[in-house]
Design a protein. Structure first.
Lengths: 236, 226, 354, 226, 354
């Protein structure tokens, strides 16, 4: 490092990030580090676990959750910096199969029930699961498909069920199949946003440090938002 | 206190642990016996392999099992070929996963117990007209009782708490593959701490009572001194 | 006949046994520690399998190059050198282990009788760890008998027992042998036990059969170690001719004369074995009177073996039957003993083995 | 093939497994010895308790440990009071968690091994002037070798693959508490399957080689026949 | 003195031992199987701790109500009834185990010598499982000796050995005892071994001391089982007076006369023990000549015990020294034996125990 900006000394920040946002965040952080002397250490995990850890003294500076609920809870419990909460990405779900020409651009396939298993994330734990459930409820398929639904604990596992072929199709995150460097594998239906409430992913500041503040500023920047969108998210 | 799904999960868990333990003992016993008696030069390779499933994180092991069991994996392909139902997301699949994962806890204590019996009691039994199988049941097993107890307790308890593998290949289907460990995990993840505490406490208490019963029963037969 | 040929190689030991022993006798295996007695017994039982061997028991082939009857199909009973009781079973269950596995039709030995004669009644519910050494050994004997074996292998079975128990058990074994025609192969270091029980004797040395033959012959062969040393003895077959009820004596005749022995309840005309220890036999030139010795026979000196520095073993023929006498070299010289000389043999004590 | 963080995670994992195994053996040996010798009526209660950590899913166990070790928990509070650093999210915390979780795999095989030695060899050693401690090191430990081997292998391997507890109380901090099991899990979760395969394969190979070495070494000392 | 008082209760056995035995002697413990011999030895070694007891060895208190010296601080050597070798150590390391733990200053017994005399040189690198029964037993003896004990406890240590080895080992033990003044407490069922080795004898029966005393006295007490039966014997102390180099004989005198025995290399004037078996002693009314029997003494009948149906045990006094003779009831009657009668005792064979 040659010249340090007058207002900041090189620091390390620990950022807890929801697992589903791993690739995007890795890219964002790497870009941030290029333009700064700060070092960003990313800690991936489930949002529920991160919440419990933060409540019990985990040394994280920032928390990028998979939903709104947990950051809000932390804020209410004064475990996070008040008013630091913001939405950093909006998740989109797709109905996906790794095989080509399986998924049509409507719900017919689901209605025909021509599959053994449909994989979704656990609606109770994962916002993507909640969204998938909403979609099925709106399509009036939830009860009919109850016996065919297998649930991953998180969206990553849901994806693996489908990817390994054990479930023929599943509701996964658009970000999981979309990668700026690769073409999308198999066939998918990007679920219309009318069928579910958007999956708002929020971040909150746990410790108010200069470096953390700079990182948040960067995440809100155009460059970062572009990266996030490249990985299949909407941005606010 | 306990919700209906929690109770169902508990029942499935007990069933899973019980069946897994039985299968583990059935498979592990002959294997451990063989390991304890063979003079094969390279048996140490097998001994090493037995311990390997332990080394991978359960979820990762589950991940590989999932791939294996899937239609493109070797096991799944086989099942397909013989017209069977795929195993992922079924109770049978859970049993297979648990068996693989808990195998070392059963094989190793049994192997030790068998080794420490030595040849003599079996030789005596042979001169008393007992066939090899007869000897095994009437001499080896009783003399290896402590080893069986350890094997069964470790196997059972480990399956109760088993989580990663089950999570991966079970699909968390209530009434079929949702076990209590996942239920507790779900409660913790979704911040339903009270339910998590109750369920954990219940599971601990139940296990504790079962273990107490097993060990107290074992105590009634005095340990065999040499 | 029991025919056995075994070749066994270990690092610093090899057994080359080539044996042929009568199938109705008690055969004693005799030899120094480490000479291969246990190894031989184990091979006969089929416990050491992958070995070059040939074994035939009466009409059945137990082992040859392409046939191996596993131990549990051989109708034998084995008393191991160490008691080796099942640690997980109490005494009763130890005894029952083999008993239960013997078909009723093959049960010739009564378990209750064995238990009683071996003095085990009060031990039946004990665990082996709570037994004394001798008690364990007796349980092991009873357990081997409980399978009603057609061949009994016993590896030093009485070492931990007192004289009285030993005598009782030997008598019991003898009666089993006689009544049920069970051959016994008996390893022992005790000349007493061997003389008492054995008809046939096999002498092992460093894994090889040094000599094998009937006990009478073997005991008086001056070239074998048995006839040397302080325990040399002769066994003489004699016939019961009379009982003296007043003094409780029994008179027994053999070709060399008449023995007077302690009374035994044997019917007239029956033959039995008398044991005459060499050191109990003194030699006189004249027939002596006024002596407490009752057994005095005219004899001819056959051979003199100068096996000790101060003592010699004299082989006498009494009516053609060999008898040994161990006297000091001085006496031999004073009395002028030499082969062919006519003398009197005085047997101080004679044991009737029946 | 292997990224820098992966290699660091591997190093941390080996360090953790090694330290944990050593501590487990140090703590487990006297405890197992005591269990194998005591005639205390109620020891079966302790035997049952030893197996209990197994029953809870690791993450849940980790959750409770987290609460205990956290600043509001009893242990954390204590550490605070005596001016120590809180243990959660530190390597020390990981060690504590792993030790608790793997304890049964060490205590039970050792207890069995100790029991099967019996009194006699120790009595003999006593008449040959060996003090109790001397007897323990020169008679008990060598005779229980097989049990120690099993204990060490199960303890080590289980710590390598341990995941749930470590994830919870470690916080997955690279370079400090990110172990290889979590790294693999992360790769799988973020669909970096190639890295996951490499890392899993590497871990398996490494473990396999270590196990082979251990068992082959063990084979050189012939098993003790009774 | 070794004073021992133990009260031990088991389900169906209790030991009430109250003993006082000379601290410089070899004491034999004799008694039927299960009478508590091993239990007594274990208590002396301190292996069964929580028991009511009192134990004093020479000047040191080993156990009383508030003091318990743990086994490893008692300077004793223990040969267990079963060899109990360390399975994880080869023979050499078994032997070295205690040896290494004995301070050099306390080493009175040479390990190499023990190894040689017990014939263990070629076994040093073997594991115990690869030994024969007798080999194991010899290793156990050597191992106990290797700690140079001040008290040696031996529980039937020679049962698995052949006569020759037995004699050699007994001779070795005797020399250790004599040279190093090591008291030995020796459990055995063998009258031979006891007579050979023991100075003092303790008779146990069902956990109680039935009798205890010097061996000479105990052996000829007609009220004890030892003087009954076929193994009755007397031990007589006599002094070497002359050697006959030509016939290799040694002459030994005692108050009753002069014994002729096989030559032993003992200096003139030394006393040693002679063993005279009751069944080897015949009685005559006249002094006889022309007999191979050299040991003939005038004697007085002291007591007659009609302990057998056909035989009686006669206690003779030869110059005031008791000697036993076992003759048939018939002979006793024919010769008119009764207390006070003058007779001649002929000892057919006499063993010099030295
Ligand atoms: N651990 C035990 N528990 C209960 N009773 C025992 C135990 N060990 C021995 N006994 C009993 O105590 C009595 C004395 O045993 P001990 O071993 O002292 O006999 P022993 O005189 O040495 O006999 P042996 O000559 O057969 O070895 C026996 O009746 C035996 O059955
Ligand atoms: N498992 C073994 N491995 C190698 N050598 C052995 C083994 N068992 C015994 N030996 C050796 O083989 C020889 C014969 O042993 P065996 O047990 O047959 O002797 P034994 O005649 O029964 O002696 P003992 O009277 O002492 O019991 C001995 O030299 C012994 O050291
Ligand atoms: Mg033997
Ligand atoms: Mg005993």
């Amino acid at each position: 490092c040659f010249i340090l900006p007058a207002n900041s000394i090189a620091a390390e920040i620990l950022v807890a990030v929801a697992s589903n946002f791993k690739t995007a965040m890795t890219s964002v952080a790497r870009r941030f580090e290029l333009n700064s002397d700060h070092k960003v250490t990313l800690i991936f995990g489930s949002t529920g676990k991160h919440y419990a850890q933060i409540k019990n003294g985990a040394p994280y500076d920032l928390f990028f959750a998979a939903d709104v609920y947990r950051p809000k809870l932390l804020e209410e419990q004064s475990a996070a910096i008040t008013d630091s909460r913001f939405t950093y990405a909006l998740g989109k779900i797709v109905l996906w199969s790794p095989r080509k020409n399986v998924i049509e651009q409507d719900a017919k396939l689901l209605e025909r029930e021509a599959f053994r298993y449909l994989s979704i994330a656990n609606p109770k734990l994962a916002p993507y699961g909640r969204a998938a459930k909403e979609v099925l409820l709106n399509l009036k398929l939830w009860n009919g498909l109850a016996k065919k639904i297998v649930r991953g604990e998180n969206i990553g596992q849901t994806f693996q069920f489908v990817k390994s072929g054990n479930a023929e199709l599943g509701f996964v995150a658009y970000s999981q199949i979309k990668n700026p460097k690769q073409e999308i594998e198999g066939s998918y239906w990007l679920i219309p946003e009318s069928l579910y409430t958007p999956i708002e992913q929020q971040a909150v500041m746990i410790k108010d440090t200069t470096a953390a503040g700079e990182f948040i500023k960067f995440v809100k920047s155009k460059a970062a938002l572009k990266i996030i969108r490249d990985y299949g998210y909407d941005t606010p | 206190m306990f919700s209906q799904p929690d109770l169902i999960a508990l029942a499935i868990t007990l069933k899973l642990a019980f069946i897994t333990t039985v299968i583990l003992l059935l498979l592990g016993t002959p294997f451990a016996w063989w390991l304890s008696r063979t003079r094969w030069r390279y048996k140490f390779i097998l001994e090493a392999i037995v311990a390997l499933p332990l080394v991978l994180p359960p979820t990762v092991l589950g991940f590989y099992l999932l791939i294996m069991l899937g239609p493109n994996g070797p096991v799944g392909g086989l099942m397909d070929a013989i017209g069977g139902r795929p195993l992922a997301f079924t109770f049978t699949g859970l049993v297979i996963g648990s068996v693989i994962y808990s195998m070392p806890f059963v094989v190793q204590p049994l192997q030790n117990a068998f080794t420490s019996i030595g040849q003599r009691p079996l030789e005596v039994a042979a001169t008393l007209r007992a066939s090899p199988l007869d000897r095994f049941f009437t001499v080896t097993i009783p003399l290896a009782r402590q080893g069986f107890l350890t094997a069964a307790v470790l196997g059972f308890a480990h399956t109760l708490g088993e989580f990663g593998v089950v999570l991966m290949i079970g699909g968390n289907i209530p009434g079929e593959t949702q076990v209590v460990s996942i239920a507790i995990y779900d409660h913790v993840e979704s911040l339903e701490y009270v339910q998590a505490h109750w369920l954990s406490g219940g599971l601990l208490l139940l296990s504790f009572l079962m273990l107490i019963a097993v060990y107290a029963l074992n105590r009634r037969f005095r340990p065999i001194q040499l | 006949m029991i025919e056995a040929k075994f070749k066994i190689k270990r690092d610093d030991f090899s057994l080359h046994a080539d044996l042929c022993i009568p199938a109705h006798d008690v055969t004693a295996i005799f030899g120094p520690s480490g000479c291969g007695k246990t190894t031989l017994l184990r091979s006969i039982a089929g416990l050491d399998q992958h070995r070059q061997g040939y074994l035939k028991f009466r009409d059945s082939n137990w082992q040859d190059s392409d046939n191996f009857v596993p131990p549990h199909h051989r109708p034998l009973g084995y008393v191991f050198q160490e008691a080796s009781l099942f640690a997980h079973l109490n005494v009763r269950d130890n005894l029952n282990y083999g008993f239960k596995r013997t078909p009723q039709s093959a049960q010739t030995i009564k378990l209750e009788q064995a238990v009683e004669l071996l003095g085990l009644e009060h031990l039946l519910t004990r665990k082996p760890t709570n037994l004394s050494g001798g008690e364990r050994q007796r349980v092991a004997i009873a357990r081997a008998l409980a399978v009603s074996p057609q061949l009994l292998l016993m590896d030093e079975p009485l070492t931990a027992l007192d004289q009285t128990s030993k005598q009782e058990i030997l008598a019991y074994l003898e009666s089993l042998h006689n009544q049920l025609d069970i051959p016994i192969i008996y390893v022992s270091h005790s000349a007493d036990e061997v003389a008492r029980l054995a008809d046939h004797l096999v002498l092992l040395e460093e894994g090889r059969v040094k000599a094998s033959g009937s006990i009478g012959e073997m005991l008086t062969r001056l070239d074998l170690p048995l006839a040397q040393g302080n325990d040399a003895e002769a066994l003489i077959e004699a016939t019961v001719v009379e009982h003296d009820e007043e003094y409780k004596l029994t008179y027994m005749e053999f070709s060399g004369g008449r023995f007077t022995v302690a009374h035994k309840n044997l019917s007239i005309g029956k033959t039995a074995r008398l044991r005459v220890l060499a050191r109990d036999v003194s030699i006189t030139l004249e027939h002596q009177n006024d002596t407490s010795i009752l057994n005095i026979f005219p004899a001819i000196v056959e051979e003199i073996n100068e096996d000790g520095i101060s003592q010699v073993t004299v082989k006498l023929l009494v009516g053609g039957v060999p008898m040994l006498s161990r006297v000091t070299r001085k006496s031999a010289s004073v009395l002028g003993l030499k082969p062919g000389k006519q003398v009197y043999a005085q047997a101080k004590s004679v044991a009737l083995l029946a």
